[in-house]
Design a protein. Sequence first.
Length: 316
Amino acid sequence: MGGVWRDKKYSAKIGYGIGQYYEKTKEELSKIVKLDYLCDRKWDGSDVTEYDGTALVRREDLNKIGKVLVIIFTGTLYGYKSIKMDLDYMGVDYIHVDEIIGKAVTLNGKILKDNYPGGVYEDEKRNRIEFECSISDNFTVTFQGYGNVLHIDKNVLIGNLYIHFGNNGFCSIGESTEILGAKFYLADSKIQIGKDCLLSNEVVLRTHDAHHIFDIETHQRVNFSKDILVKDNVWIAYGVTLLGGAVIGTGSVVGTNAVTSGVFEHHQIIAGSPAKVIRENICWSRDNTAYFNRSCLEECISKEALKYLNEKIKFI
């Protein structure tokens, strides 16, 4: 569909799906394409004739204008599918706004390895990925905005990982960390994962709430993005959610389905929703209890914990 918006066979360019994503992208789009009309389901049956200085057209009248190209404005897959169904039914040509302005870049491990053998990806939006060329194919990153940096250290094992960046995010994953299945969401903040960590399946790290919350009296925002810090040799169990502000100390374990934005020190077991400390002065091993029944750390094959037991690390 590249360049289709310049095709002279179209008598009009129509913006469809007018909401937040329209407001986010309209200025950049206006430098490339002039919209002749706007259209949205919310105006069906209304007597409104103009929005944002542009004339409106009803959905039922799209085919009466002539050969039109609809430019879809939505930031969600389900929104796109819903609008696409409308337009397919009407037999109207369409393109997503991102295909014109070049936003919302999605990359995976295979694309990165095939096209960036030097281990560095960088684009015109100042998004950057630094990675080892042994990275798993099952790693996917979406850049919704600009000014983001992702650093993946050596010997990181990934079963399945999805990272979604807004604007000005920073994410780093330390050496020899293993991720079975996780999703990270960050914007205007950092997610930092230390060395020798283990993240189980269905793990979510989210630095922002996706929507704004304000104080009723002052109308000031109360939920700005906050960093997440997971220090070295942390085990994050199945179904854990870490929210903005969470700090997990070295050698700690976060138990199944725990939810927290709290700050925890080293060598603790953290569990519950909201999570709290249920045991202190612990360390852990990757040795699988389905295979072995160890009695002491020295019997274990995996002894990464020993590297961190005597370190005097200042707690942040």
